[in-house]
Design a protein around this ligand. Structure first.
Ligand SMILES: Cc1ncc(COP(=O)(O)OP(=O)(O)O)c(N)n1
Ligand SMILES: Cc1nc(C(=O)O)sc1CCOP(=O)(O)O
Ligand SMILES: [Mg+2]
Length: 546
């Protein structure tokens, strides 16, 4: 590999020299003309809304899976303007990195000045910073032109194992850049390197690492556990200096993972530029990467072991429609908590504390099923729950009431066979909202799919006292419906810690989880009960995968 810190770039157009060309006022034909134009632009800008703006300071990847190219695509996908300061040009593809050519440090400084002095940057995101000199230049620029937030992706080694930064930059990270950072997003190897080579093999190690890295100065730390051995989920640890959050997503099986780190950091930066709080920005970013990987898992570009993925999957009209239709992640059905106002009243829980406790215990989706509430109270409660769920990245659905779902901007609805027909609900809600339907037979499952439902709820698997006069279909009935269903299924009815295993072990790959009311909410401690059920489900999932 050709890795050099002294090679200048030679590929500039004829007559172009790096450095002093367009910033030289003698080359502008008329100063008066320029001044007038500048003033007109200034006037115009005050009346226009500002676009969220991320500046990425990173290396170029010729294969366009990572680096500057990934950052541009990620920001575009999230509707954020992205400007670029290029620190290095790499020759790379799906096989690895064949060469690195560094941009001279004073020209990195010049790019920084050009953008930061003029273009109203909200957030700076860093990627490949190949030398201590570049780190110093960047820190100096950020002191001269402060921005709202700094996101540091401490890139040191490429996914193919090639070195992308001189080891001397570690001191620059520790002493200069991290103390200025709002968040740093190391993977396991990078976290280990930042901490002098400690071994990181468990979630507990990741927590300790996050805490130690926090002492280096960044306001928040996200240690990414993608490389954690024997991990079923994609577990990341977020630490804000006080609290830890274990962020779990589903691990997408694909070779197309090149650029996930750059993309995640860029998405965090993009969401921060839009004004999101940090934890929400991280959760949205994680979800974006997971969805993009899922949609690109079979993409075939290049012959090497690590392919790129498609950031702009939403632009492809056919994929876009089906993405929107299936705008939820089936793995969200894993632990589906359905509320009940009567049970909350009985235990003295407010709906919001109950929902929060369920989420903290591991619920992956919430349905508000408030049969006795008046419309106004239901709407107020739903709005509060939408906020809670969004801040945790957990979808919220409303039982029966499409009007309430629209009014509180919930993520969707769950309807039964005697509620609003699915095709009408779809027409009212549009393609983006999630629609679930209760089905007890294969015929109902077929119809639900044809009318545009996203998932079906099948039950009652066991007898229940929560829903009056409910027909029990049993494990056999559940299996029959699962086998017939073209969309994911969640089981419901009489399910709890004692029998969840038997449900999940029926042997249907589209059975994605269990929906539960009384075993979570007709209890004194919703958090503890949810946690117990989560542990059972995680255990079964581990066995099924092995
Ligand atoms: C996930 C899930 N599955 C089934 C139901 C039952 O819905 P429905 O048949 O409309 O009955 P009610 O809940 O309205 O009594 C559900 N709510 N959630
Ligand atoms: C709301 C609901 N729907 C069902 C169906 O069969 O479609 S069973 C049910 C009640 C589930 O409550 P619990 O977890 O307390 O048994
Ligand atoms: Mg209903």
């Amino acid at each position: 590999m050709n890795y050099s810190s002294i090679n200048p770039i030679h590929a500039a157009p004829e007559g172009f020299q790096f450095g002093r060309v367009w910033n030289c006022s003698s080359q502008i034909p008329s100063l008066n003309y320029r001044t007038r134009t500048f003033m007109a632009v200034q006037e115009d800008m005050t009346s226009k809304p500002r676009i969220p703006h991320v500046l990425t300071v990173a290396g170029s990847d010729s294969g366009a899976g990572a680096g500057i190219q990934a950052d541009l695509k990620a920001c575009a996908a999230l509707g954020v303007y992205c400007s670029t300061v290029i620190t290095a040009v790499t020759a790379q593809n799906t096989i690895g990195v064949q060469g690195v050519n560094l941009v001279p440090e004073d020209f990195v400084a010049e790019q920084l000045r050009s953008v930061l002095s003029d273009m109203q940057v909200h957030v700076v995101k860093t990627g490949m910073l190949p030398s201590i000199g570049v780190v110093e230049v960047l820190c100096h620029s950020l002191k001269e032109f402060p921005v709202r937030a700094l996101v540091v992706d401490p890139v040191m080694v490429s996914t193919s194992g090639d070195i992308l930064a001189d080891p001397s930059i570690l001191a620059g990270f520790r002493e200069e850049l991290l103390p200025m950072a709002d968040i740093v997003t190391p993977n396991l190897k990078e976290a280990s390197t930042l901490l002098g080579g400690v071994r990181l093999q468990t979630v507990a190690d990741m927590r300790s690492a996050a805490k130690l890295i926090h002492t280096l100065g960044p306001r928040n730390v996200l240690v990414k556990g993608g490389d954690l051995p024997d991990s079923l989920d994609a577990v990341d640890i977020f630490f804000d200096g006080e609290n830890f959050h274990e962020l779990r997503g589903s691990r997408v099986k694909t070779r197309n993972t090149h650029g996930t780190g750059c993309t995640l950091a860029s998405c965090i930066a993009a969401e921060l530029a839009k004004g999101s709080p940090m934890l929400l920005a991280v959760q949205v970013a994680k979800r974006f990467v997971e969805t993009a990987l899922d949609y690109s898992k079979d993409m075939a570009i290049g012959s090497g072991p690590q392919g790129p993925f498609d950031h702009l999957f939403k632009l492809k009209s056919n994929v876009y429609n089906s993405y929107r239709r299936r705008g939820f992640n089936p793995s969200d059905l894993f632990l589906y908590a359905v509320t009940d106002s009567g049970m909350n009243k009985k235990w003295g829980h407010s709906i919001t504390t109950a929902v929060k406790a369920a989420i903290e215990g591991g619920a992956t989706i919430i349905q508000l099923r408030e049969k006795d509430a008046g419309t106004r109270d239901f709407l107020e409660a739903a709005k509060a729950c939408v906020e809670i769920c969004r801040s945790h990245g957990v979808p919220l659905l409303i039982n029966d009431r499409i009007d309430v779902a629209l009014a509180c901007d919930a993520d969707g609805v769950h309807v039964g066979q005697s509620d609003m027909p699915v095709h009408v609900a779809r027409m009212i809600l549009g393609p983006e909202k999630v629609i679930g339907v209760s089905c007890k037979t294969p015929e109902q499952a077929e119809k639900a799919w044809a009318e545009g439902a996203d998932y079906i709820g099948c039950g009652g698997v066991f007898p229940t006292t929560t829903k009056a006069n409910n027909l029990t279909v049993g494990l056999d009935g559940l299996k029959t419906v699962c086998l017939a269903s073209k969309i994911p299924v969640v089981a419901i009815g009489g399910i709890g810690v004692a029998n969840a295993r038997s449900v999940m072990e029926i042997g249907a790959s589209n059975l994605k989880g269990v929906a539960v009311v009384s075993a979570l909410f007709d209890r004194e401690c919703v958090f503890t009960e949810t946690r117990k059920l989560h542990a059972v489900l995680t255990d079964v999932a581990a066995l099924v995968v092995k």
